[in-house]
Ligand binder design. Structure first.
Ligand code: HEM
Length: 406
């Protein structure tokens, strides 16, 4: 990129603007992604900050942890790095070896009956009303309820967990001024962060004296590289579980149901043939990419990307999973949403060593929801008068998705 060529400067500037627009237009980002990929798939809106849109560049950044570090400030109310998200290899591998079995497919098989029960209990509450606020009455509650089960915690802690989650990820729900006032936003997030540390700190102490058959008791008993996990290690893992495992599934569900309510042909495929559900979940994850971008990766040295762009040492590269998932270089008919796709290698759960720890849990929650919901409510639509959908800032999600059925 030359500083002396005014045309090149103007082009880079307009690409940067489009790049920012793509990151902010959460309702329908795919056309912007397409345009950005066609223009090279990489923008640098500020010195030391870049966004990668093409699949080739993005996979390269995610898979080359020796060139790009994940040890970055998250500003999510946390006072220490989140484990394992902000830990680089080789230490990262030790944490994953310990954590992966907790979320394995086999472990999810054991959870399936509990997950199914929780889906149906939520549907029971509104099915006879023939309408619901899907975001509030289902999507928000369900993953948190499952999380309580996994952590061996009582159901009556659900409102508190939702408040802790919102305090970090949606601070404006706790203090409306936090929407625009950065100081107030930080105050809510930092206060909530401290509450999360206090809550899990108390629970860890309790489990030290009264072990139970739950995840925290397991953390207290296992060894990593010949040593017990420290109190802070356990806190930093639980902190990440709370922010990574609750909102992501809620957000995915609102995006999925907005799509299905507006696309009856796709909805009917699921209702008529539940065997299509696993493929539908993968395709909706690809198309919707509810986590549109990930933790920035900081270049440890100057790096040339596969598409030819140079990344200077110290530059934080944000990877747009959403764009990579509609890159025609990987997926030729990327703009068709097809549940009969033979190959679907989306990176909605990331790629490389930090690929989502909870992907099997997320998939199970999404599949069971689609199965049970369409068994009981096969035909539904957006409630008349509520067709204009709002996708607020943050991860991609629909606020107040109002569904109705006959
Ligand atoms: C559909 C739902 C979900 C999506 C789309 C999603 C997406 C992602 C993505 C893209 C990453 C990679 C971040 C990066 O490399 O910067 C990630 C990491 C992670 N996710 Fe998920 N996630 C989901 C559900 C969950 C659930 C249910 C959990 C439960 C605990 C979870 C726990 C984690 C953890 C702990 C990491 C960090 C892994 C590491 O650094 O090694 N996620 N997730």
């Amino acid at each position: 990129m030359s500083d002396t060529n005014p045309d090149a400067g103007a082009e880079a500037n307009s690409q940067s603007q489009l790049g920012m627009q793509a990151m902010l237009d959460l309702a329908a980002p795919q056309p912007n992604y397409k345009a950005l990929i066609e223009q090279g798939g990489f923008v640098q809106p500020m010195d030391h900050i870049a966004i990668s849109f093409s699949r080739a560049n993005s996979e390269f950044v995610l898979r080359h942890h020796e060139l790009f570090s994940s040890r970055v400030e998250m500003n999510l109310g946390n006072v220490r790095p989140l484990i394992p998200l902000n830990v680089d290899p080789p230490q990262h591998a030790s944490y994953r070896k310990l954590l992966d079995p907790l979320f394995s497919p086999k472990r999810m098989d054991e959870q399936e009956a509990d997950i199914t029960r929780r889906v149906n209990a939520l549907i029971d509450a509104f099915i006879d009303r023939r309408e619901c606020n899907f975001s509030e009455e289902f999507a928000d509650l369900f993953p948190t309820s499952v999380f309580l089960g996994l952590m061996g915690l009582p159901e009556d802690e659900l409102p508190m967990f939702l408040r802790l989650r919102d305090g970090i990820l949606h601070p404006e729900k706790l203090d409306p001024d936090a929407r625009l006032d950065l100081d107030k936003r930080l105050a809510v997030m930092n206060g909530t962060g401290q509450e999360i540390y206090d809550y899990f700190g108390g629970l860890i102490e309790l489990r030290q004296y009264e072990p139970a058959n739950d995840i925290i008791s397991r953390f207290l008993s296992v060894e990593m590289d010949g040593e017990k996990l420290s109190h802070e290690d356990i806190l930093d893992i639980c902190y990440l579980f709370l922010i990574a495992g609750l909102d992501t599934v809620s957000d995915s569900l609102t995006c999925f149901y907005a799509f299905l309510a507006r696309n009856p042909d796709h909805r009917r495929q699921i209702a008529d043939d539940p065997a299509v559900i696993p493929a539908a979940v993968e395709e909706l994850l690809r198309w919707e990419s509810p986590v549109p971008a990930g933790v920035p990766r900081v270049a440890r040295e100057e790096v040339e990307l596969p598409n030819g762009q140079l990344v200077r040492e110290g530059t934080a590269v944000v990877v747009s999973y959403g764009a990579a998932n509609v890159d025609p270089a990987e997926c030729p008919d990327a703009f068709d949403v097809r549940f009969d796709r033979k190959k679907n290698s989306h990176i909605a759960f990331g790629a490389g060593v930090h690929r989502c720890l909870g992907s099997h849990l997320a998939r199970r929650e999404l599949r069971v929801t689609l199965r049970e919901w369409h068994r009981r409510i096969p035909d539904y639509h957006i409630k008349p008068g509520h067709e204009q959908l709002e996708y607020p800032p943050g991860l991609r999600h629909v606020k107040d998705l109002m569904l109705a059925w006959d």
